[in-house]
Design a protein around this ligand. Sequence first.
Ligand SMILES: Cc1cc2nc3c(=O)[nH]c(=O)nc-3n(C[C@H](O)[C@H](O)[C@H](O)COP(=O)(O)OP(=O)(O)OC[C@H]3O[C@@H](n4cnc5c(N)ncnc54)[C@H](O)[C@@H]3O)c2cc1C
Length: 235
Amino acid sequence: MLKPFDDALAEALQQSLPNLKLKPAEARYLEEPRGKYSAHPTFVAAPLSTDMVAEVVSFAGSARFGIQPYGGGTGLVGGQVTPEGPTPLILSLENLNAIREVYPSEQALIAEAGATISDIQAAAEDLGLLFPLSYGSQDSAQIGAGLSVNSGGLNVLRYGMARNLCLGIEAVLRWHCPSWLEASAERQHRLRPSQLADWCRGHARRHHCGFTEACCEAGARRDRLSGGFRPGRRA
Ligand SMILES: Cc1cc2nc3c(=O)[nH]c(=O)nc-3n(C[C@H](O)[C@H](O)[C@H](O)COP(=O)(O)OP(=O)(O)OC[C@H]3O[C@@H](n4cnc5c(N)ncnc54)[C@H](O)[C@@H]3O)c2cc1C
């Protein structure tokens, strides 16, 4: 049984991880944009590195509280808030927002999960390439969330969904056990794209931690290619 994340657990987590940014959650973390779903007051942790994410997940497993991954908060189906059940810790990926590596000749780049869709579009544009995932919330919406929900958007008919543009991910999760709480230790895994969809379907969203890095495919601009950009050809 999960415990609610309360003041005592917050104090214990902060003592265990002094460098972790942990604070009471502001209203924006507790309510989805249209006000249709809202969560009980809790804390938000914003790790600065993948290792720190792993440490938070490990602590959550030992102390038996839930984690709510949080991206840009723009989701329209309430996935970013937990209205019922034991109150979880909100885990925001907002500080993991770098473009880590670019591979122009491979038409690929590696972005941290908290990078926004617009950040990735701009990084691709700097390489003379097109990252075609695009939707109205792209200035706030993050790639980790986009992969989690397999977002679509304006170009989906031609270029596919978010996962079609993903060559690989790094995730922190409780891997070997169907129940997150019963797993013995957290692991960081690099999943093959083919495993991604199954993983997303198979894990309750509030019981896993989530993606910390994604390798995204950016295709050459159509006007520079006779055949056009076909995402996922190497997946
Ligand atoms: C104006 C507007 C237009 C939109 N247009 C579209 C559209 O065309 N197509 C479309 O598909 N959606 C659309 N959306 C919905 C939404 O923006 C997308 O689903 C987007 O991918 C959510 O990203 P986010 O970072 O805001 O995620 P959040 O709302 O914060 O979270 C969404 C889900 O992802 C999970 N999550 C967040 N980060 C991670 C992570 N690192 N690892 C694992 N799970 C994580 C959360 O727990 C939650 O379940 C639109 C929304 C708005 C407001």
